[in-house]
Design a protein around this ligand. Structure first.
Ligand code: TTP
Ligand code: MG
Length: 353
């Protein structure tokens, strides 16, 4: 039987902002765009959650719900730094780590570097070290598969540790509201409720063919997870989904020629990185940050999968010209590529050169 831990930091961006500015402690803190902008809430402190504020809602709506909230801008570099710190702690225990986002990861500690048998103890030690190194709390779920570990980390947030052994799985899953099943999104949850499936116990009663008929292949996943069965291995050798590079100017730029020169450098850098990794992509994204920090991103689909600098530049140039409001100064320019595919042989990759 596997030993899986899922770790998820509590109110991640907000907790970091509060750590950096202790005057925010105990207050309703919202990380995101200001309410008078078209910004959205990235996350908020647990105090703000009591007012109904949550990730993804407009900052304006959040401000209406919680007029005393303090809005704080993002500091992504800091979040990445903390994310690296916590990952370092995970890797002390095992190399089988699957990071799901900056603040969340699965660890398979069935065999671990410390030879520790007690998974709950490992989770506890990880929580303690995370706190020691970052002054931040996280929540952990411990179980015998990914699905239950993930459910567990969410059960006693913040600063929770939940162990779901096989003999408790049924009890936990039966009581779980259907929208809390990881992998069942809002739309599916609404459909399930219409069918009378409000929690795990209701889902359990449905036959496999019934779920297949209503939800297609994913119905198989629903059928098994509600029985505590999830054989997915951790994915540790994933390729990046996007590659990007960017430049923040020393002095804000308001002239097209200069922007195009920088865009060309970015295309070269991106092309070189794609080439080195042996991958190509066909979706290009231009990122522009104006001097008031307003960020816009615009994407286009390129005709072919490519890694060639001049292709990237050609499409990037069109995006820039079409989308730059030339009355405004630019603080940052970035170029990214996604929809990446692997090129299997070097020959294929090298031919066009
Ligand atoms: P979550 O782990 O979903 O949320 P959280 O860590 O803020 O709170 P919780 O205690 O419930 O785990 O997301 C991690 C970070 O990712 C979050 O701090 C901000 C960012 N994020 C967004 O920017 N937009 C989103 O819609 C969500 C859900 C998260
Ligand atoms: Mg979190």
């Amino acid at each position: 039987m596997k030993k899986i831990i899922h770790i998820d930091m509590d109110a991640f961006f907000a907790a970091i902002e509060i750590r950096e500015n202790p005057r925010l402690k105990g207050k309703c803190v919202i990380v995101g765009g200001p309410p008078n902008s078209r910004g959205v809430v990235s996350t908020c402190s647990y105090e703000a959650r009591k007012f109904g504020v949550h990730s993804g809602m407009s900052s304006y709506q959040a401000w209406n719900l919680c007029p005393d909230a303090i809005f704080v801008d993002h500091h992504f570099n800091l979040y990445i730094q903390v994310s690296n710190q916590i990952r370092e702690i995970f890797y002390k225990w095992t190399d089988t780590v699957e990071p799901m986002s900056l603040d969340e990861a699965y660890l398979d500690v069935t065999v671990n570097k410390m030879g520790e048998e007690d998974t709950v103890k490992i989770a506890q030690l990880i929580k303690e070290e995370v706190f020691l190194k970052t002054q931040l709390t996280c929540s952990a779920g411990v179980s015998y598969n990914k699905f239950l570990a993930k459910i567990g980390s969410d059960l006693n947030k913040p600063n929770g540790l939940t162990f779901i052994p096989p003999e408790k799985a049924k009890e936990v899953l039966f009581a779980l509201p259907i929208e809390k099943f990881h992998g069942i999104g809002k739309v599916t949850a609404a459909r399930m409720k219409k069918m009378g499936i409000n929690n795990g116990a209701d889902l359990y009663k449905r036959e496999l063919k019934d779920l297949l008929m209503h939800f297609g292949k994913i119905g198989i996943f629903y059928y098994y997870v509600v029985r505590g069965i999830d054989n997915r291995e951790l994915i540790t050798n994933f390729e990046p989904k996007t590659l990007s590079c960017e430049t923040t100017f020393d002095k804000d730029v308001d002239n097209l020629e200069e922007l195009l020169t920088v865009l060309h450098h970015l295309s070269e850098r991106l092309s070189e990185r794609l080439h080195r990794k042996g991958i190509r992509g066909n979706s290009l994204t231009l990122k522009l940050k104006y001097d008031n920090f307003q960020l816009i991103t615009r994407s286009c689909r390129m005709l072919n999968n490519t890694y060639i600098c001049e292709d990237l530049y050609k499409y990037g140039e069109q995006l820039l010209i079409a989308n730059w409001d030339c009355s405004r100064k630019v603080r940052l320019l970035g170029l990214g590529i996604s929809n990446l595919d692997n090129v299997t042989t070097n020959e294929q990759l090298l031919l066009p050169l």
